[in-house]
Design a protein around this ligand. Structure first.
Ligand code: PEP
Length: 267
């Protein structure tokens, strides 16, 4: 069974002080059932992707928390060090207490020019320091309307995974299917559309990297996930978690998403 991953992408929100407040509200319910048991059994993981400036505070806040919480960064440079003003290296991300790092988020692709080639370099650089990429792929509305969803996500996936050994995929890599038209718009993909795309991505992994990689890799759905649509999405066979933007910024709504995930486990 693949471990469910409930991930909150905070984007450019939450100062360090706001991060500290968030965790004071968010963590206490995890010392009680059913959340305590669900995390302890290892069937679910809750990850946060704060801004770089809040990573240390988040890591400190999570120190006394039960196991099952993880941290991730929102971006990374592929070089180990050098004259790259404003960039952060993979080892800097790792030393900040992170286990994960987003790669290829549509905001990075569309607002900051992140190309398929850059995603491939970042994924390799993250694996080199044992960080796990959460690799985002997804089509625009125009691409969907032209029937190009599958070729677009396949191209993105194979470009990013070019040269990645298949054994790195099953446990060391996460894919997030995030249709661009669903991000921050309030329009969630239907659970059947999300399942169809995630199933397709798993089949692409199987074809190119083998059955073990396809069976092990976690594939998340992201795009206007809310407490009310989480359970239906997670009930789908190929959806192993959710990547949540807006609804992860308030402790009560993100907590409700985690509770909905726990309900789907029957934990
Ligand atoms: C995201 O930023 O990855 C995202 C899915 O955002 P939202 O949940 O706000 O659509």
């Amino acid at each position: 069974m693949r471990r469910l991953l409930i991930a909150g992408n905070w984007k450019m929100h939450m100062t360090a002080g706001e991060t500290e407040h968030f965790f004071k509200d968010f963590l206490p319910p995890f010392s009680e059932e059913p959340l305590k048991g669900a995390l302890a059994k290892g069937h679910i993981e809750v990850a946060f992707f704060p801004a770089f400036t809040s990573l240390y505070v988040a890591s400190f806040a999570m120190e006394g928390a039960p196991k099952g919480f993880s941290l991730g960064a929102q971006n990374v440079h592929w070089e180990a060090k050098g004259a790259f003003t404003g960039e952060i290296s993979p080892s800097m991300v790792a030393e900040s207490g992170c286990r994960y790092c987003l790669v290829g988020h549509s905001e990075r692709r569309h607002l900051f020019g992140e190309t398929d080639e850059m995603t491939q370099r970042k994924i390799g650089a993250l694996h080199d320091v044992s960080l796990k990429p959460v690799f985002c792929v997804g089509e625009t509305l125009e691409e969907r309307e032209k029937g190009k969803t599958f070729p677009v996500v396949e191209r993105q996936l194979l470009a990013g995974f070019d040269g990645v050994p298949s054994e790195k995929l099953s446990l060391e890599t996460v894919v997030a299917y995030e249709p661009v038209w669903a991000i921050g718009t309030g329009k969630t993909a239907s659970e059947s559309d999300a399942q169809e795309a995630c199933h397709y991505l798993r089949a692409v992994v199987a074809r190119h990297f083998g059955k073990d990689a396809a069976d092990g890799i976690r594939i998340l759905y992201g795009g206007s996930v809310k407490p009310g649509n989480t359970a239906k999405l997670l009930a789908m066979d190929d959806i192993d978690g959710v990547l949540v933007g807006g609804a992860s910024l308030k402790s009560d709504s993100f907590l409700d998403i985690v509770k909905a995930a726990v309900t789907t486990l029957g934990a």
